[in-house]
Design a binder for this molecule. Structure first.
Ligand code: B3K
Ligand code: ZN
Length: 865
């Protein structure tokens, strides 16, 4: 029989293998913006050059999305022989180089997608990554076309006194009719996705930084009047990041000006546009009264992340969007290392792993799993995922572990030098690391193309005769519910064998699991040691070891690696809780003893103690089960929490009193006390004591900072007590004019464990302060709700319906944000039968809508496939 013809390619799917270099380059771009909220005129002048490898009659194709030209000229002559093909402008051109001028008119006030040029309150701003520039004007909107930009902005001076763009301001002046203009020049060639402008009535926190080679840089954080005194933390983070990147990676800033602008309506966290970072205001504005300690950390991390992109992303950019992890994985790794250096490395690692497990592991186990360098996509916005970002960062971290810090730095130096000013690939990065760091990463490359989280089995055997201990390791990967297959990734596992009496060890070893199965024989162990493996979470894997509860309890008391100690407690509790859910007999006393030991350990600092006392989340517990029953998980977890709370009530009460943080400070000790105070308050509330509401209410009333207030409200939110109503009403009255705090008011209610939460969400969605137009508000209410396992998965199915209806409505205005909610429903196959069916029906309801966006359609159809 003849071979079947290959299946026709789905035209909606873009494939990595189809990459072709651009046919035209645009070395110079001139843009002229006549700006206004409802009518903006954009005139562009592109200096287009045919690539030597392109055909002589290859037309010029400039991407466009939802725009049409009001005029097209080539070399000064008007042209009408252009066509629009699926939004793109196709212009027949002969010859090697031309000057192409195009005029487009936009109405930013109607741009609800928040991609391209849009209005937020009364200001104008842009978001171009990944494909937003094509909503502003026609251009080769792909990251491997780099151009130098000269931009003239003109607007009404009273409405838009501040006009910002990339690069340096080179001229400014007043025009007629109350208008003014500014001319910007960015000397660094950049792809269109890094273009940005802002026009508005803004004020700046102005500061400066001198680079290590002595160049002065003006720094500005632009905000709305009234927010200026909330920008200090972001400014400090910016200066710390600039210094850190010089010291740690040898990277200096390369312009005389660095502007940051805070915007209230933003689809994600922030954007690294060259010299003009645009931020979601929640990652800029903070003072103790309105921001929690976690918010302060978030600001530090995101400011650093965007700043670090100036090298890992801007100076060296991506050849195509399949290479997204080249800049994102590397930059997340850089911001994680920065935050670890600024605070506690141990706590930061625990947090990084928590995020990875909460967001990335489920993605890797579900229908939307993809490798860190995907092979295909329909809508690139859907690929700004925890896999690209966080697993990508883990892959870079593993390179560091394998190479050692010195070689790693030699590798990154070579990478930056070799590819400066270029659009590079993940392969270029790995090759530079190999060449610079003198290491063979041939097999390590498998991480770039393998989806799924590897499962590593680790067992320890001991021979008392020879005093040898053998670590037996094997690896396999399960993808989307399939049976696990063996794999051959290079998995670096930091390991120590602990003395069973004292917990001491002879030093940490790096075991490299680079085959499907491998054993390591270690000498010098008279007694059977206790295995401590994947210390520091050296590899992003799921560990399947046959350790007993006794051994885990031992590690939870003795392991000297903070992450491993934290992990031992988590595994101990997870083992107990999953067994209880399945109805398997299991010993609870061992857990209570472990908690007693932890509470009695005088060496543990309060912040780490707080981490150790937090039970594994309901979502994480569900991820460990073949079939998830959120109610059963919730019930068992609450029972254990209650038991721990009752058993140790006295200690919790004492701790609660002793960790009064005193006057507000952001130093580590005060923060640790605040954290432990909130954790102990949670336990006191779970101990069925009568005064839980009173205690929480008192904390709320006395609080001089948002961490304490939010901690108190989080406890009250679950209770049926009048204190709850009073506190929430008071909080609303106090903060109703601050959108970021109002978001917390919505979130705290959406996370309530009370049975009436679904109803409450429904009424909050009609609250005058709720709007689908603001992504922060949408995430505050619905994002928090989908994280509320027991209530989102309410057996009535109402939670699913509510999300489906919201997605359908939001898709019409903001597809990117709407699509972010699909993965929560997309995990339907993992749930018990009844819920699974209801989740699937909710997805089908979305799928049946006419005119779904590409964003939502891709996610829904992949989830149902
Ligand atoms: N690079 C941007 C993300 C853009 C997302 C577009 N959908 C922010 C960041 O990762 O730094
Ligand atoms: Zn980034």
């Amino acid at each position: 029989m003849a071979d079947a013809a290959p299946a026709p390619k789905d035209p909606a799917t873009i494939r990595r293998e189809d990459y072709r270099p651009p046919a035209w380059f645009i070395p110079e771009v001139e843009l002229d913006f006549q700006l206004d909220l409802e009518r903006t005129v954009v005139r562009s002048k592109l200096d287009v050059r045919r690539s030597k490898s392109a055909k002589a009659d290859e037309p010029l194709v400039l991407q466009g999305d939802d725009i049409s030209p009001t005029s097209v000229k080539v070399d000064g002559e008007a042209r009408t022989d252009w066509t629009l093909v699926e939004g793109d402008l196709v212009l027949p051109l002969n010859g090697a180089s031309h000057s192409v001028e195009i005029e487009v008119e936009l109405d930013p006030s109607t741009n609800t997608q928040l991609m391209g040029l849009y209005a937020s309150n009364d200001m104008l701003c842009t978001q171009c990554e990944a494909e937003g520039f094509r909503r502003i004007t026609f251009a080769p909107d792909r990251p491997d076309v780099l151009s130098r930009y000269q931009v003239r902005m003109e607007a009404d001076k009273a409405k838009f006194p501040v006009l910002l763009c990339n690069g340096d301001k080179v001229a400014e002046g007043d025009g007629e009719n109350g208008r003014h203009w500014v001319q910007w020049n960015d000397p660094w060639p950049k792809p269109s996705y890094l273009f940005a402008l802002v026009a508005g009535d803004l004020v700046a926190n102005n500061d400066s930084f001198t680079t290590r080679s002595g160049k002065p840089v003006e720094l500005n954080i632009w905000v709305r009047d009234g927010d200026l005194d909330r920008t200090g933390h972001a400014m400090k983070a910016l200066k710390d990041s600039m210094r850190w990147d010089e010291e740690t990676y040898g990277r200096e800033y390369d312009l005389g000006l660095f502007n940051i602008v805070a915007v209230s309506d933003f689809n994600m966290g922030a954007m690294e546009n060259k010299g003009l970072n645009i931020f979601n205001s929640r990652y800029i504005l903070a003072d103790p009264e309105v921001a929690t300690d976690a918010d302060f950390d978030g600001i530090e991390g995101v400011v650093a992340h965007e700043y670090f992109h100036n090298w890992s992303g801007n100076r060296v950019t991506c050849r195509d969007w399949f290479q997204l992890s080249l800049k994102e994985g590397f930059t997340v790794y850089r911001d994680q290392s920065f935050s670890a250096d600024m605070g506690s490395a141990a706590l930061k690692r625990i947090e990084d792993v928590r995020i990875l497990r909460a967001a990335q592991f489920p993605e890797d186990a579900g229908p939307l799993a993809h490798p860190i360098r995907p092979e295909s996509y329909q809508e690139i916005s859907n690929f700004y995922t925890a896999t690209i970002y966080n697993k990508g960062a883990e892959v870079i971290r593993m390179m560091n572990t394998l190479m050692g810090a010195e070689s790693f730095r030699k590798g990154t130096d070579l990478y930056f030098d070799r590819h400066d000013g270029e659009a590079a690939t993940c392969e270029d990065f790995v090759t530079a690391m190999e060449d610079g760091g003198e290491i063979d990463l041939k097999q390590f490359r498998n991480w770039y193309e393998t989806p799924g989280t590897p499962r590593v089995t680790a067992n320890l055997s001991h021979d008392p005769q020879t005093g040898t201990a053998t670590v037996h390791l094997s690896q396999k990967i399960a993808q989307n519910g399939e049976k696990p297959k063996s794999s051959e990734l290079v998995i670096p596992l930091k390991t120590a064998l602990l003395d069973p009496e004292t917990g001491a060890h002879q030093g940490e070893q790096l075991l490299l699991l680079d085959q499907t199965e491998k054993s390591f024989v270690l000498e010098g162990y008279r007694d059977h040691p206790v295995l401590s493996i994947n210390r520091g979470f050296s590899a992003p894997i799921i560990l399947e070891s046959s350790q007993t509860a006794e051994q885990l309890a031992f590690l939870s008391a003795h392991d000297d690696d903070p992450f491993a100690r934290f992990e031992a407690v988590q595994r101990l509790m997870t083992g107990y809780l999953t067994a209880k859910v399945l109805g398997t007999p299991v010993d609870r006393d061992i857990i209570l003893h472990a908690v007693a030991k932890i509470l009695g350990d005088k060496e543990i600092d309060p912040a780490f103690l707080a981490e150790l006392l937090v039970l594994p989340s309901e979502a994480f517990l569900g991820d460990q089960m073949v079939e998830v029953d959120p109610q059963a998980i919730h019930d068992e977890r609450e029972k254990l929490r209650g038991k721990i709370a009752v058993q140790f009530e006295k200690q919790f009460r004492k701790l609660y009193k002793s960790c009064w943080p005193g006057e507000f400070s952001l130093d580590a000790e005060a923060r640790a006390n605040r954290k432990l105070r909130n954790v102990t308050l949670g336990y006191l509330a779970a101990s069925y004591t009568d005064d839980a509401a009173e205690l929480a209410f008192e904390q709320y009333r006395e609080a001089d900072n948002m961490t304490a207030m939010q901690g108190a409200l989080a406890v009250l939110s679950h209770l049926e007590a009048e204190e709850r109503t009073i506190a929430f009403d008071d909080f609303y009255a106090k903060f109703k004019s601050n959108p970021l705090v109002l978001d917390k008011w919505f979130s705290l209610q959406a996370m309530s464990l009370r049975p009436d939460t679904v109803k409450r969400i429904d009424s909050l969605s009609r609250h005058p302060d709720f709007t689908l137009s603001n992504p922060n508000r949408v995430r505050a209410l619905y994002g928090a709700f989908t994280g509320n396992q027991v209530r989102f998965h309410d057996l009535s199915g109402k939670g699913y319906q509510m999300i489906a209806d919201m997605v359908i409505a939001l898709d019409k205005q903001n597809p990117q944000t709407a699509a972010r909610f699909i993965p929560q429903l997309g995990r339907w196959r993992r749930y018990e039968r009844e819920r699974s069916e209801l989740m699937r029906l909710a997805l089908e309801k979305i799928a049946a809508q006419p005119e779904l966006s590409k964003d939502v359609s891709e996610q829904v159809h992949k989830s149902l496939a």
